[in-house]
Write a protein that binds this ligand. Sequence first.
Ligand SMILES: *[C@@H]1O[C@H](CO)[C@@H](O)[C@H](O)[C@H]1NC(C)=O
Ligand SMILES: *[C@@H]1O[C@H](CO)[C@@H](O)[C@H](O)[C@H]1NC(C)=O
Ligand SMILES: *[C@@H]1O[C@H](CO)[C@@H](O)[C@H](O)[C@H]1NC(C)=O
Ligand SMILES: *[C@@H]1O[C@H](CO)[C@@H](O)[C@H](O)[C@H]1NC(C)=O
Length: 375
Amino acid sequence: MNLMMKHFLALFVAITVSAITPLASLKRNDFASIKSIPSQVSTGNIVANFVSSQFGFDGPQLSAVNSTSFDWWYFDAVSPDLKTSIVVVFFTSLSSGFPFITPSPDVTSVAIFYSFTNGTVGAIGVPASGAVVSTVADGSQGYFKGVEATWVGAPDMSYYQVDVNAPALGVVGRLKLQTKAPAHYPCDPAQAGKAMEISPYMGWANAMPDATADADFKILGSRLNFDGIGYHDKNWSDQPFQNNVASWYWGHGRLGPYSIVWFDAIATDGTEYVSGYAAKNGNIISTTCAPAALKVRPINSPYPPFIHTPAPDAFSIVLDMGAEGVLSVNLTMEMTIVDVPGMYNRWTGSMVGSVNGGTLMTAGVAMLEQFKMLP
Ligand SMILES: *[C@@H]1O[C@H](CO)[C@@H](O)[C@H](O)[C@H]1NC(C)=O
Ligand SMILES: *[C@@H]1O[C@H](CO)[C@@H](O)[C@H](O)[C@H]1NC(C)=O
Ligand SMILES: *[C@@H]1O[C@H](CO)[C@@H](O)[C@H](O)[C@H]1NC(C)=O
Ligand SMILES: *[C@@H]1O[C@H](CO)[C@@H](O)[C@H](O)[C@H]1NC(C)=O
């Protein structure tokens, strides 16, 4: 057993044991599963789970990974000045399941995206020789072999830690995320028996809609160290991504007392699907996929978006938070951190806005993305 694996197991055990204090949680933390995901693709039909269970919120959702499926775990953090950021994604998918990853025969891979204060951005993607993902209560823990990258989540998902120890690739470091807002599914809080599809065949579970982030990495010889806002979710499907998505806008951020997450997508049949989430003081105010609850639109750029339409430099977000009121946000992009020309962007952005036209809230911090899949 190598050092990284030992470290992973020690952390996993420590977090599991420390969380078992209250009696009521004993039963909950008895739920544990461990899944080995080989780097070789599985053949034939697999099963994707799209209805939530009582436990296992952040666990694997595919019975196995075949060439037309994907299941991944996504972590990000951005500094309050919107310049420094880190994204770590643990993929179990081939590029035939998700076209934006580097073609490779290995199902398991890790991608790291970074931006430095001076505007230098970059990405490092590497295949892993298999993965082990375990789940205790609702939190998950993953170990990606060869890359020496892990994530370890507390059973109640209050804390996640991502470690990368790959000096050969030029990346060593740690991201710590302490939750600020409760987990949710596309239309509901984290409860059993809820729909987990954000749009047809698109599974989504958002373990950490907002988090206090502490990032400390050494990337290609340079220190990347900041405190900021963080996020973690996972996505999966038993069909190729491009079969079901024409375009989408997703993002998360913090504005005034609100933690928000938005998702506004168009499926390949032209239907729009939305999911809007807001939390305040650590409580969910609204988590809904009612069509009227959220509208995200580009400012000064066409809607709906296609590969040939220019990327916007700002968005309008209108989120109906129910009894709390309607939150209207103007989001202006600050830094492009990933650019797949015509098809995909991830940005940092600043937000201003108000509830029901009241006091203007400023200095909001966001991380967001756009997919445009159709010519
Ligand atoms: C993967 O599994 C899904 C779900 O059963 C199935 O629809 C699809 O055809 C499978 N892909 C391959 C390449 O067998
Ligand atoms: C920007 O900062 C990074 C990290 O310190 C460094 O590696 C890179 O060379 C810098 N780029 C420029 C253009 O100064
Ligand atoms: C899943 O969520 C992450 C962060 O959400 C986002 O970057 C990614 O595009 C989403 N993908 C899918 C397929 O839902
Ligand atoms: C938001 O953007 C719209 C359109 O560009 C503009 O009319 C409005 O004044 C902006 N609101 C704020 C608060 O910046």
